[in-house]
Design a protein around this ligand. Structure first.
Ligand code: PHE
Length: 507
Protein backbone atom coordinates (compact mmCIF):
# COMPACT_ATOMS: atom_id res chain seq x y z
CA UNK A 1 0.00 0.00 0.00
CA UNK A 2 1.43 3.36 -1.05
CA UNK A 3 2.10 5.79 1.73
CA UNK A 4 1.05 9.34 1.01
CA UNK A 5 1.40 12.58 2.83
CA UNK A 6 -1.64 13.58 4.78
CA UNK A 7 -2.82 16.30 2.43
CA UNK A 8 -2.24 14.21 -0.66
CA UNK A 9 -4.11 11.38 0.98
CA UNK A 10 -7.06 13.59 1.84
CA UNK A 11 -7.09 15.12 -1.64
CA UNK A 12 -7.15 11.71 -3.30
CA UNK A 13 -9.91 10.48 -0.99
CA UNK A 14 -11.98 13.55 -1.77
CA UNK A 15 -11.37 13.10 -5.48
CA UNK A 16 -12.53 9.51 -5.21
CA UNK A 17 -15.81 10.71 -3.66
CA UNK A 18 -16.45 12.66 -6.85
CA UNK A 19 -15.77 9.59 -9.00
CA UNK A 20 -12.24 10.73 -9.79
CA UNK A 21 -13.09 14.11 -11.26
CA UNK A 22 -13.68 17.33 -9.37
CA UNK A 23 -12.93 21.02 -9.16
CA UNK A 24 -10.62 22.67 -6.66
CA UNK A 25 -13.63 24.15 -4.84
CA UNK A 26 -15.26 20.74 -4.50
CA UNK A 27 -12.11 19.19 -3.07
CA UNK A 28 -11.65 22.08 -0.65
CA UNK A 29 -15.19 21.64 0.60
CA UNK A 30 -14.98 17.88 0.86
CA UNK A 31 -11.52 17.66 2.45
CA UNK A 32 -11.79 20.65 4.75
CA UNK A 33 -8.30 21.69 3.70
CA UNK A 34 -7.44 25.27 2.72
CA UNK A 35 -7.17 26.19 -0.98
CA UNK A 36 -3.43 26.44 -1.05
CA UNK A 37 -2.97 23.10 0.74
CA UNK A 38 -5.12 21.28 -1.81
CA UNK A 39 -3.32 23.01 -4.65
CA UNK A 40 0.07 22.01 -3.26
CA UNK A 41 -1.01 18.43 -2.74
CA UNK A 42 -2.48 18.34 -6.25
CA UNK A 43 0.77 19.52 -7.77
CA UNK A 44 2.70 16.75 -6.04
CA UNK A 45 0.11 14.17 -7.08
CA UNK A 46 0.45 15.41 -10.63
CA UNK A 47 4.21 15.01 -10.47
CA UNK A 48 3.70 11.45 -9.32
CA UNK A 49 1.47 10.89 -12.35
CA UNK A 50 -1.62 10.17 -10.25
CA UNK A 51 -3.82 13.05 -11.35
CA UNK A 52 -4.23 15.49 -14.21
CA UNK A 53 -4.78 19.20 -13.58
CA UNK A 54 -6.59 21.39 -16.07
CA UNK A 55 -6.91 25.12 -15.84
CA UNK A 56 -9.87 27.09 -17.09
CA UNK A 57 -10.08 30.85 -17.29
CA UNK A 58 -13.46 32.18 -16.23
CA UNK A 59 -14.95 35.59 -15.71
CA UNK A 60 -16.05 36.38 -12.18
CA UNK A 61 -18.51 39.21 -11.67
CA UNK A 62 -19.02 41.17 -8.45
CA UNK A 63 -21.04 44.26 -7.65
CA UNK A 64 -19.37 47.63 -7.22
CA UNK A 65 -20.32 49.62 -4.14
CA UNK A 66 -22.88 51.49 -6.21
CA UNK A 67 -24.21 48.20 -7.55
CA UNK A 68 -24.50 46.89 -4.02
CA UNK A 69 -26.48 49.94 -3.00
CA UNK A 70 -28.90 49.45 -5.91
CA UNK A 71 -29.18 45.76 -5.17
CA UNK A 72 -30.52 46.76 -1.76
CA UNK A 73 -32.62 49.79 -2.67
CA UNK A 74 -33.54 49.04 -6.28
CA UNK A 75 -32.32 50.66 -9.48
CA UNK A 76 -32.88 54.43 -9.53
CA UNK A 77 -35.29 54.17 -12.48
CA UNK A 78 -37.35 51.61 -10.53
CA UNK A 79 -37.40 53.87 -7.50
CA UNK A 80 -38.50 56.79 -9.66
CA UNK A 81 -41.21 54.64 -11.18
CA UNK A 82 -42.47 53.62 -7.74
CA UNK A 83 -42.45 57.25 -6.65
CA UNK A 84 -44.41 58.12 -9.78
CA UNK A 85 -47.09 55.56 -8.91
CA UNK A 86 -47.46 57.04 -5.45
CA UNK A 87 -47.69 60.53 -6.97
CA UNK A 88 -50.70 59.63 -9.16
CA UNK A 89 -48.69 58.90 -12.27
CA UNK A 90 -47.43 62.38 -12.94
CA UNK A 91 -45.36 64.94 -11.03
CA UNK A 92 -42.57 67.42 -11.13
CA UNK A 93 -39.13 65.94 -11.36
CA UNK A 94 -37.66 67.41 -8.16
CA UNK A 95 -40.68 66.15 -6.25
CA UNK A 96 -40.30 62.66 -7.69
CA UNK A 97 -36.58 62.59 -7.01
CA UNK A 98 -37.15 63.58 -3.41
CA UNK A 99 -39.81 60.96 -2.95
CA UNK A 100 -37.58 58.33 -4.57
CA UNK A 101 -34.62 59.34 -2.40
CA UNK A 102 -32.44 60.14 -5.40
CA UNK A 103 -29.85 62.91 -5.25
CA UNK A 104 -30.13 65.81 -7.70
CA UNK A 105 -26.86 64.73 -9.27
CA UNK A 106 -28.13 61.25 -10.05
CA UNK A 107 -31.42 62.39 -11.56
CA UNK A 108 -30.37 62.89 -15.22
CA UNK A 109 -28.93 59.40 -15.47
CA UNK A 110 -31.98 57.84 -13.80
CA UNK A 111 -34.28 59.75 -16.17
CA UNK A 112 -32.25 58.49 -19.10
CA UNK A 113 -32.89 54.92 -18.05
CA UNK A 114 -36.57 55.30 -17.23
CA UNK A 115 -37.18 56.80 -20.67
CA UNK A 116 -35.05 54.19 -22.38
CA UNK A 117 -37.07 51.49 -20.66
CA UNK A 118 -40.26 53.15 -21.84
CA UNK A 119 -41.58 53.40 -18.31
CA UNK A 120 -42.29 57.13 -18.39
CA UNK A 121 -42.29 60.18 -20.62
CA UNK A 122 -40.63 63.49 -19.93
CA UNK A 123 -42.21 66.87 -20.48
CA UNK A 124 -39.21 69.15 -20.86
CA UNK A 125 -41.14 72.42 -20.75
CA UNK A 126 -42.98 71.67 -17.55
CA UNK A 127 -40.12 69.60 -16.16
CA UNK A 128 -42.52 66.81 -15.30
CA UNK A 129 -42.52 63.10 -15.72
CA UNK A 130 -45.58 60.93 -16.44
CA UNK A 131 -46.33 57.23 -16.74
CA UNK A 132 -46.70 55.86 -20.26
CA UNK A 133 -49.91 54.19 -21.43
CA UNK A 134 -48.40 50.81 -20.73
CA UNK A 135 -47.09 51.52 -17.30
CA UNK A 136 -50.23 53.29 -16.15
CA UNK A 137 -52.16 50.17 -17.15
CA UNK A 138 -49.80 47.75 -15.53
CA UNK A 139 -46.69 47.87 -13.38
CA UNK A 140 -43.75 46.62 -15.48
CA UNK A 141 -42.23 43.35 -14.41
CA UNK A 142 -38.73 43.00 -13.06
CA UNK A 143 -36.22 43.41 -15.86
CA UNK A 144 -33.41 40.97 -16.42
CA UNK A 145 -30.94 43.55 -15.08
CA UNK A 146 -32.91 43.73 -11.85
CA UNK A 147 -33.03 39.94 -11.62
CA UNK A 148 -29.28 39.75 -11.97
CA UNK A 149 -28.86 42.40 -9.28
CA UNK A 150 -31.05 40.33 -7.00
CA UNK A 151 -29.01 37.20 -7.63
CA UNK A 152 -25.80 39.07 -6.95
CA UNK A 153 -27.18 40.67 -3.83
CA UNK A 154 -27.18 37.36 -2.00
CA UNK A 155 -24.41 35.55 -3.87
CA UNK A 156 -21.70 38.22 -3.84
CA UNK A 157 -20.10 36.73 -6.93
CA UNK A 158 -21.04 34.75 -10.00
CA UNK A 159 -19.18 33.13 -12.85
CA UNK A 160 -20.40 34.71 -16.07
CA UNK A 161 -19.93 31.54 -18.12
CA UNK A 162 -22.23 29.67 -15.76
CA UNK A 163 -25.29 31.90 -16.03
CA UNK A 164 -27.97 31.98 -18.72
CA UNK A 165 -27.42 33.87 -21.94
CA UNK A 166 -29.87 36.69 -21.16
CA UNK A 167 -28.35 37.17 -17.71
CA UNK A 168 -24.97 37.44 -19.38
CA UNK A 169 -26.34 40.25 -21.51
CA UNK A 170 -27.72 41.92 -18.40
CA UNK A 171 -24.24 41.63 -16.88
CA UNK A 172 -22.86 43.57 -19.83
CA UNK A 173 -25.39 46.32 -19.27
CA UNK A 174 -24.65 46.52 -15.53
CA UNK A 175 -20.94 46.58 -16.28
CA UNK A 176 -21.39 49.55 -18.61
CA UNK A 177 -23.38 51.25 -15.85
CA UNK A 178 -20.41 50.63 -13.54
CA UNK A 179 -22.61 48.64 -11.18
CA UNK A 180 -20.72 45.46 -11.79
CA UNK A 181 -17.06 44.57 -12.17
CA UNK A 182 -15.54 41.54 -13.81
CA UNK A 183 -12.16 39.93 -13.51
CA UNK A 184 -10.49 36.88 -14.96
CA UNK A 185 -9.94 34.01 -12.61
CA UNK A 186 -8.31 30.64 -13.12
CA UNK A 187 -10.37 27.64 -12.08
CA UNK A 188 -8.72 24.28 -11.57
CA UNK A 189 -10.10 20.82 -12.24
CA UNK A 190 -8.50 17.58 -11.13
CA UNK A 191 -8.93 14.13 -12.62
CA UNK A 192 -7.45 10.80 -11.60
CA UNK A 193 -5.18 9.27 -14.23
CA UNK A 194 -5.35 5.53 -14.94
CA UNK A 195 -2.41 5.02 -12.60
CA UNK A 196 -4.22 7.09 -10.00
CA UNK A 197 -7.41 5.08 -10.33
CA UNK A 198 -5.56 1.80 -9.96
CA UNK A 199 -3.76 3.05 -6.91
CA UNK A 200 -6.87 4.30 -5.20
CA UNK A 201 -8.54 0.96 -5.88
CA UNK A 202 -5.66 -0.92 -4.25
CA UNK A 203 -5.92 1.31 -1.20
CA UNK A 204 -3.94 4.25 0.06
CA UNK A 205 -2.93 5.36 3.48
CA UNK A 206 -1.52 8.46 5.07
CA UNK A 207 2.08 8.40 6.17
CA UNK A 208 1.68 9.98 9.57
CA UNK A 209 4.17 12.73 8.92
CA UNK A 210 4.31 15.79 11.07
CA UNK A 211 4.96 19.31 9.85
CA UNK A 212 5.82 20.77 13.21
CA UNK A 213 8.16 19.63 15.91
CA UNK A 214 6.27 20.28 19.14
CA UNK A 215 7.67 20.45 22.71
CA UNK A 216 5.64 17.34 23.40
CA UNK A 217 7.35 15.35 20.63
CA UNK A 218 10.72 16.35 22.03
CA UNK A 219 9.98 15.70 25.72
CA UNK A 220 8.44 12.30 25.14
CA UNK A 221 11.20 11.33 22.73
CA UNK A 222 8.58 10.50 20.10
CA UNK A 223 10.48 12.63 17.61
CA UNK A 224 12.81 9.66 17.15
CA UNK A 225 10.07 7.66 15.52
CA UNK A 226 8.35 10.53 13.71
CA UNK A 227 8.71 11.35 10.06
CA UNK A 228 9.21 15.07 9.63
CA UNK A 229 7.73 16.47 6.51
CA UNK A 230 10.13 18.06 4.05
CA UNK A 231 9.38 21.59 2.99
CA UNK A 232 9.07 22.47 -0.65
CA UNK A 233 9.91 26.14 -0.69
CA UNK A 234 8.94 26.46 -4.34
CA UNK A 235 5.36 25.24 -3.80
CA UNK A 236 2.59 27.84 -4.16
CA UNK A 237 1.45 29.33 -0.84
CA UNK A 238 -1.59 31.36 0.11
CA UNK A 239 -1.38 35.06 -0.64
CA UNK A 240 -0.95 37.10 2.54
CA UNK A 241 -1.36 40.84 2.70
CA UNK A 242 0.37 42.10 5.80
CA UNK A 243 0.10 45.70 6.93
CA UNK A 244 2.92 47.81 5.57
CA UNK A 245 4.09 51.38 5.28
CA UNK A 246 2.52 53.16 2.32
CA UNK A 247 5.00 53.47 -0.59
CA UNK A 248 4.81 57.27 -0.52
CA UNK A 249 5.59 57.33 3.21
CA UNK A 250 8.53 55.02 2.56
CA UNK A 251 9.92 57.48 0.05
CA UNK A 252 9.41 60.40 2.44
CA UNK A 253 11.28 58.40 5.04
CA UNK A 254 14.07 57.65 2.58
CA UNK A 255 14.42 61.32 1.64
CA UNK A 256 14.74 62.17 5.35
CA UNK A 257 17.34 59.47 5.91
CA UNK A 258 19.39 60.61 2.94
CA UNK A 259 19.43 64.20 4.21
CA UNK A 260 20.47 62.99 7.65
CA UNK A 261 23.23 60.85 6.13
CA UNK A 262 24.48 63.97 4.38
CA UNK A 263 24.65 65.91 7.64
CA UNK A 264 21.47 67.99 7.35
CA UNK A 265 19.03 68.75 10.19
CA UNK A 266 15.27 68.79 9.72
CA UNK A 267 13.19 71.95 10.14
CA UNK A 268 9.42 72.18 10.03
CA UNK A 269 6.91 75.00 9.98
CA UNK A 270 3.16 75.60 9.90
CA UNK A 271 1.03 74.83 6.81
CA UNK A 272 -0.51 78.29 7.08
CA UNK A 273 1.98 81.13 6.57
CA UNK A 274 1.81 84.85 6.00
CA UNK A 275 2.32 86.04 2.44
CA UNK A 276 5.30 87.81 4.00
CA UNK A 277 7.27 84.57 4.47
CA UNK A 278 5.81 82.78 1.50
CA UNK A 279 6.42 85.64 -0.98
CA UNK A 280 7.72 89.01 0.27
CA UNK A 281 10.77 87.80 2.15
CA UNK A 282 11.68 85.92 -1.04
CA UNK A 283 11.65 89.12 -3.09
CA UNK A 284 8.52 88.14 -5.02
CA UNK A 285 6.76 91.39 -5.97
CA UNK A 286 3.23 91.80 -4.66
CA UNK A 287 1.80 91.76 -8.18
CA UNK A 288 3.67 88.55 -9.04
CA UNK A 289 1.36 86.22 -11.01
CA UNK A 290 2.06 83.30 -8.68
CA UNK A 291 0.39 85.22 -5.86
CA UNK A 292 -2.90 85.44 -7.65
CA UNK A 293 -5.90 83.42 -6.57
CA UNK A 294 -5.26 81.04 -9.45
CA UNK A 295 -2.32 79.41 -7.75
CA UNK A 296 -2.51 80.29 -4.09
CA UNK A 297 -5.09 79.32 -1.53
CA UNK A 298 -5.75 82.39 0.61
CA UNK A 299 -7.42 81.99 3.99
CA UNK A 300 -10.76 83.72 4.48
CA UNK A 301 -10.88 83.43 8.23
CA UNK A 302 -8.61 84.49 9.84
CA UNK A 303 -7.24 86.41 6.89
CA UNK A 304 -4.24 88.16 8.39
CA UNK A 305 -1.26 87.03 10.43
CA UNK A 306 1.53 88.58 12.45
CA UNK A 307 4.67 90.02 10.85
CA UNK A 308 8.20 89.63 12.28
CA UNK A 309 10.23 92.45 13.82
CA UNK A 310 9.94 95.98 12.43
CA UNK A 311 13.58 95.92 11.33
CA UNK A 312 13.02 92.90 9.08
CA UNK A 313 9.69 94.15 7.70
CA UNK A 314 11.08 97.61 6.93
CA UNK A 315 14.12 96.14 5.23
CA UNK A 316 11.99 93.83 3.08
CA UNK A 317 9.72 96.77 2.17
CA UNK A 318 12.71 98.88 1.15
CA UNK A 319 14.24 96.07 -0.87
CA UNK A 320 10.98 95.73 -2.83
CA UNK A 321 10.68 99.48 -3.34
CA UNK A 322 14.20 100.58 -4.25
CA UNK A 323 16.66 97.80 -3.44
CA UNK A 324 17.64 99.22 -0.02
CA UNK A 325 21.39 98.80 0.62
CA UNK A 326 21.81 95.88 -1.77
CA UNK A 327 22.74 97.85 -4.88
CA UNK A 328 19.61 96.49 -6.57
CA UNK A 329 16.94 98.83 -7.92
CA UNK A 330 14.16 96.76 -6.36
CA UNK A 331 10.81 96.37 -8.10
CA UNK A 332 9.90 100.06 -7.95
CA UNK A 333 6.40 100.03 -6.47
CA UNK A 334 4.78 100.95 -3.16
CA UNK A 335 5.04 97.88 -0.93
CA UNK A 336 1.89 97.07 1.07
CA UNK A 337 2.12 95.82 4.63
CA UNK A 338 -1.50 94.70 4.50
CA UNK A 339 -0.92 92.51 1.48
CA UNK A 340 2.02 90.82 3.23
CA UNK A 341 -0.11 90.00 6.30
CA UNK A 342 -2.57 87.91 4.30
CA UNK A 343 -2.59 84.24 5.26
CA UNK A 344 -1.97 81.52 2.70
CA UNK A 345 -1.58 77.78 2.63
CA UNK A 346 2.14 77.79 1.94
CA UNK A 347 2.87 77.24 -1.74
CA UNK A 348 6.43 76.09 -1.11
CA UNK A 349 8.60 75.11 1.84
CA UNK A 350 11.02 77.90 0.90
CA UNK A 351 8.80 79.94 3.25
CA UNK A 352 10.18 77.88 6.15
CA UNK A 353 13.73 78.13 4.87
CA UNK A 354 13.77 81.91 4.81
CA UNK A 355 11.98 82.14 8.14
CA UNK A 356 14.66 79.91 9.63
CA UNK A 357 17.39 82.12 8.19
CA UNK A 358 15.90 85.18 9.87
CA UNK A 359 16.95 83.72 13.22
CA UNK A 360 19.93 81.55 12.22
CA UNK A 361 22.75 83.36 10.52
CA UNK A 362 25.98 81.75 11.72
CA UNK A 363 27.81 79.44 9.30
CA UNK A 364 27.74 76.55 8.75
CA UNK A 365 24.04 75.73 8.38
CA UNK A 366 22.64 72.69 6.65
CA UNK A 367 18.90 72.22 7.10
CA UNK A 368 16.14 70.48 5.13
CA UNK A 369 12.43 69.82 5.16
CA UNK A 370 10.13 67.25 3.57
CA UNK A 371 6.68 68.64 3.99
CA UNK A 372 3.28 69.48 2.56
CA UNK A 373 2.57 72.43 0.29
CA UNK A 374 -0.58 73.60 -1.51
CA UNK A 375 -1.35 74.99 -4.95
CA UNK A 376 -4.69 75.58 -6.50
CA UNK A 377 -4.29 73.17 -9.39
CA UNK A 378 -6.76 71.13 -11.35
CA UNK A 379 -6.34 67.47 -10.44
CA UNK A 380 -4.75 65.64 -13.37
CA UNK A 381 -2.41 62.72 -13.91
CA UNK A 382 0.50 64.99 -12.97
CA UNK A 383 -0.97 67.61 -10.63
CA UNK A 384 -2.72 67.60 -7.27
CA UNK A 385 -3.44 70.58 -5.01
CA UNK A 386 -1.76 69.11 -1.93
CA UNK A 387 1.66 67.59 -2.32
CA UNK A 388 5.10 67.34 -0.70
CA UNK A 389 8.25 69.31 -1.29
CA UNK A 390 11.79 68.36 -0.54
CA UNK A 391 13.76 71.42 0.38
CA UNK A 392 17.26 72.13 1.60
CA UNK A 393 19.78 74.93 2.15
CA UNK A 394 23.47 75.22 2.85
CA UNK A 395 24.87 78.39 4.37
CA UNK A 396 28.62 78.58 4.60
CA UNK A 397 31.53 80.90 4.10
CA UNK A 398 32.71 80.04 0.61
CA UNK A 399 30.09 77.81 -0.97
CA UNK A 400 29.42 78.09 -4.70
CA UNK A 401 27.09 76.82 -7.40
CA UNK A 402 29.44 73.89 -7.86
CA UNK A 403 28.83 72.82 -4.25
CA UNK A 404 25.10 73.05 -4.86
CA UNK A 405 25.28 70.86 -7.96
CA UNK A 406 27.48 68.36 -6.16
CA UNK A 407 25.12 68.21 -3.18
CA UNK A 408 22.13 67.59 -5.43
CA UNK A 409 23.95 64.98 -7.50
CA UNK A 410 24.81 63.14 -4.29
CA UNK A 411 21.26 63.43 -2.97
CA UNK A 412 19.60 62.10 -6.11
CA UNK A 413 22.21 59.42 -6.71
CA UNK A 414 21.30 58.00 -3.31
CA UNK A 415 17.85 57.56 -4.83
CA UNK A 416 19.46 55.68 -7.69
CA UNK A 417 19.17 58.58 -10.16
CA UNK A 418 22.51 58.95 -11.88
CA UNK A 419 21.71 60.90 -15.03
CA UNK A 420 21.09 64.33 -13.51
CA UNK A 421 21.70 67.60 -15.36
CA UNK A 422 21.25 71.25 -14.43
CA UNK A 423 19.40 73.52 -16.80
CA UNK A 424 19.28 77.23 -16.29
CA UNK A 425 15.97 78.90 -15.39
CA UNK A 426 14.50 81.72 -13.32
CA UNK A 427 13.29 82.28 -9.75
CA UNK A 428 12.79 85.77 -8.26
CA UNK A 429 14.82 84.86 -5.19
CA UNK A 430 17.92 83.16 -6.60
CA UNK A 431 20.76 84.15 -8.90
CA UNK A 432 22.00 82.13 -10.62
CA UNK A 433 18.96 79.85 -10.84
CA UNK A 434 18.69 76.39 -12.31
CA UNK A 435 16.55 73.32 -12.34
CA UNK A 436 17.78 69.80 -11.76
CA UNK A 437 16.61 67.44 -14.49
CA UNK A 438 16.72 63.68 -14.56
CA UNK A 439 16.48 61.41 -17.57
CA UNK A 440 13.64 58.92 -17.26
CA UNK A 441 14.67 55.81 -19.19
CA UNK A 442 11.14 54.38 -19.33
CA UNK A 443 9.44 57.59 -20.45
CA UNK A 444 12.48 58.49 -22.56
CA UNK A 445 12.45 62.14 -21.57
CA UNK A 446 13.93 64.63 -19.13
CA UNK A 447 11.90 65.33 -15.99
CA UNK A 448 12.27 68.31 -13.68
CA UNK A 449 13.24 67.30 -10.16
CA UNK A 450 13.69 70.62 -8.37
CA UNK A 451 14.42 74.31 -8.59
CA UNK A 452 17.69 75.59 -7.17
CA UNK A 453 19.97 78.56 -6.91
CA UNK A 454 21.89 80.93 -4.67
CA UNK A 455 19.76 83.38 -2.70
CA UNK A 456 19.94 86.94 -4.01
CA UNK A 457 21.27 89.79 -1.85
CA UNK A 458 17.70 91.17 -1.90
CA UNK A 459 16.66 88.06 0.05
CA UNK A 460 19.65 87.78 2.36
CA UNK A 461 20.33 91.40 3.31
CA UNK A 462 17.03 92.02 5.18
CA UNK A 463 17.73 88.87 7.25
CA UNK A 464 21.21 90.15 8.07
CA UNK A 465 22.98 87.24 6.37
CA UNK A 466 26.51 87.80 5.21
CA UNK A 467 27.35 84.46 3.58
CA UNK A 468 26.17 82.70 0.46
CA UNK A 469 23.14 80.42 0.84
CA UNK A 470 22.60 77.54 -1.56
CA UNK A 471 18.94 76.56 -1.82
CA UNK A 472 16.81 74.07 -3.65
CA UNK A 473 13.30 72.65 -3.51
CA UNK A 474 11.23 70.27 -5.56
CA UNK A 475 8.27 67.94 -5.68
CA UNK A 476 8.53 64.68 -3.82
CA UNK A 477 5.68 62.97 -5.66
CA UNK A 478 7.56 63.38 -8.92
CA UNK A 479 10.44 61.46 -7.41
CA UNK A 480 8.03 58.88 -6.01
CA UNK A 481 6.50 58.35 -9.44
CA UNK A 482 9.92 57.72 -10.97
CA UNK A 483 10.84 55.38 -8.11
CA UNK A 484 7.59 53.45 -8.30
CA UNK A 485 7.22 53.48 -12.09
CA UNK A 486 3.88 55.30 -12.01
CA UNK A 487 2.51 57.56 -14.71
CA UNK A 488 -0.42 58.93 -12.71
CA UNK A 489 0.17 60.89 -9.52
CA UNK A 490 -3.36 60.11 -8.28
CA UNK A 491 -2.27 56.51 -7.77
CA UNK A 492 -0.31 57.70 -4.71
CA UNK A 493 -3.41 59.09 -3.04
CA UNK A 494 -6.26 56.97 -4.36
CA UNK A 495 -7.24 54.09 -2.17
CA UNK A 496 -5.71 51.61 -4.62
CA UNK A 497 -5.42 48.53 -2.44
CA UNK A 498 -4.53 46.31 -5.41
CA UNK A 499 -1.55 48.49 -6.27
CA UNK A 500 -0.48 48.87 -2.64
CA UNK A 501 -0.58 45.10 -2.24
CA UNK A 502 1.54 44.56 -5.33
CA UNK A 503 4.18 47.07 -4.25
CA UNK A 504 7.02 45.33 -2.40
CA UNK A 505 7.37 45.89 1.33
CA UNK A 506 10.90 47.18 0.87
CA UNK A 507 11.31 49.48 -2.10
N1 PHE B 1 10.51 77.21 -4.21
C1 PHE B 1 10.76 76.75 -5.54
C2 PHE B 1 9.51 75.98 -6.03
O1 PHE B 1 8.62 75.80 -5.27
C3 PHE B 1 11.95 75.86 -5.61
C4 PHE B 1 13.22 76.55 -5.22
C5 PHE B 1 13.69 76.48 -3.93
C6 PHE B 1 13.98 77.24 -6.15
C7 PHE B 1 14.85 77.10 -3.55
C8 PHE B 1 15.13 77.84 -5.81
C9 PHE B 1 15.57 77.78 -4.53
O2 PHE B 1 9.43 75.57 -7.17
Amino acid sequence: MLELREHEHKTLLALQKFKGKASLEQIVKESGLPDAAVMRAALTLKEKGLIKITEEKRTVATLTSEGLEYAKKGLPERRILNALYSLDGQAEITQIAEKAGISVKAVPLALGWIIKKNWAVLNKEKNTLALTENTSAKKPQKGIDEKLLEILADKDKIVIEEIEKNLQEAADVLKRRKLLETREKAFYNFELTDAGRKLVKKGIKAAGEVTQLTPELIITGKWRRTKLRKFDVTAPGPAVYPGKVHPLQQIIQRAREIFLEMGFTEIRGPLVETAFWNFDALFQPQDHPAREMMDTFYLANPNAGRLPSKAIVDAVAKVHEDGWTTGSRGWGYKWSRKESRRLVLRTHTTAETIKYLATHKKPPIKVFSVDKVYRNEQVTYKNIPEFHQIEGIVLDKNVTLRDLMGTLKTFYSKFGLKKVEFWSCYFPYTEPSAQAMVYHPKLKRWIELCGMGIFRPEVLAPMGIKHPVLAWGGGLERLAMIELGLNDIRMLYGNRLDWIRRTPICL
